[in-house]
Design a protein around this ligand. Structure first.
Ligand code: SF4
Length: 368
């Protein structure tokens, strides 16, 4: 990739104009990524464009001080850009640079614009399910997703926790299991909330559940989220049938709604798994000025990138690369679990093919 760097302070109108002239003269209308850099060297923003020159010039036309572009230019004194062979390559490079530099303006916009949510199985003595906006990399929790609709997801997670008797109290609530030695040294403990009394929690806070019993409920939750176990749905269905037979129609209707939320959740998981499983192929992208590239995509992630083979020898080398990838593949994470470091790339790749269905037709299956 070629690179052009400009470092000119443009605090004044004259300096800004000099910067504009430099971009106008030096930048080309090719795909690529760019960075806005502060005088202290902080990368403020990373962006990508199919036409770098046009994109950068548009920043200098921001008339309103509150515009995002104007705000960034006020803080930056340099723009640095590099060209990529295609728009797809620019998207990938933009993501890599954002992950590397965590630019302030990207993070601000990301939190404004993203509507994804994840189910988190929070790591603790008694793990609990909760809905979060984004995974964090600094704990041993397990994440499922991403999903659209945090509120709907929250309702489904509540049903799942209720159905399995998992706790939903604050993470720092003290847990006292029935097989914990200290239990015998303390006076009887009352549960921290009403959920134990009404049968929606097995009560790991008040010595009502053993470690193994709670762990088995957590394991059922994981199995459900990974599509291996339908227990919570079956149990709700049976309760609903019993309620109808007893002509308790109000309860039956409430159970029907709960059932629906869980079924929706299961369906969304199935869709996610399907997306991950189907995004495995080689994808040849026509490059700018003949720089065509082949991407080897496995479970929605770009595992390798190289120039499009031009000879039989190149094709054999590509085949060998795919073969070794299959041979050396790490055991798959549980279905539905996307490694946290990979979520953004998976989302980028799946949204690219959703927006460009014709491109999907140009892919070729991976053959080991
Ligand atoms: S019963 Fe105890 S463990 Fe269960 S949710 Fe309430 S406080 Fe938490």
């Amino acid at each position: 990739m070629s690179r052009k760097t400009t470092r000119a302070a443009y605090v004044t109108a004259a300096e800004l104009d000099a910067m504009r002239q430099h971009v106008r003269k030096s930048a080309l209308d090719k795909p690529g990524v760019y960075r806005m850099i502060s005088p202290g060297g902080e990368v403020l923003y990373v962006g990508k464009s199919k036409r770098i020159r046009s994109r950068l010039m548009s920043y200098f036309r921001c008339d309103f001080p509150a515009d995002k572009g104007a705000r960034m230019l006020r803080e930056a004194n340099a723009i640095d850009w590099e060209y990529t062979p295609s728009e797809f390559a620019a998207l990938l490079q933009e993501l890599r640079l954002i992950k590397k530099f965590r630019p302030r303006f990207n993070v601000m916009m990301k939190s404004d614009g993203r509507h994804y949510a994840f189910i988190k199985l929070a790591d603790s003595a008694a793990p609990k399910l909760l809905v979060v906006r984004a995974p964090t990399l600094d704990d041993n929790s397990v994440y499922y997703g991403p999903f659209h609709g945090a509120q709907r997801l929250g309702e489904a997670v509540r049903e799942l926790s209720d159905a399995l008797g998992l706790r939903d109290c604050a993470l720092d609530t003290r847990m006292v299991f029935s097989d914990q030695p200290e239990l015998f040294e303390t006076p009887p403990i009352t549960p921290g909330c009403i959920r134990y009394e009404i049968g929606k929690c097995v009560g790991p806070c008040c010595g009502a559940s053993s470690v193994a019993r709670y762990a088995s409920r957590v394991s059922d939750a994981r199995a459900f989220l990974e599509g291996r176990h339908d227990g919570p749905i079956e149990s709700l269905r049976e309760q609903m049938i019993v309620a109808s037979e007893l002509m308790n129609f109000e309860r039956a209707a409430s159970l029907r709604d709960k059932l629906q939320r869980l079924e929706d959740l299961r369906e969304e998981f199935t869709r996610l798994r399907f997306a991950v499983e189907t995004l495995s192929f080689t994808y040849t992208v026509k490059g700018f000025e003949g720089d065509d590239r082949v991407y080897v995509i496995r479970r929605g992630l770009v595992r390798a990138e190289q120039q499009k083979p031009k000879s039989r020898k190149d094709r054999t080398a590509l085949h060998e690369l795919v073969r070794s990838m299959f041979a050396n593949e790490q055991p798959q994470a549980a279905p539905g679990v996307v490694p946290t470091h990979a979520i953004d790339e998976l989302m980028l790749v799946s949204s690219w093919f959703r927006r460009h269905p014709k491109e999907l037709k140009r892919t070729k299956p991976l053959v080991a």
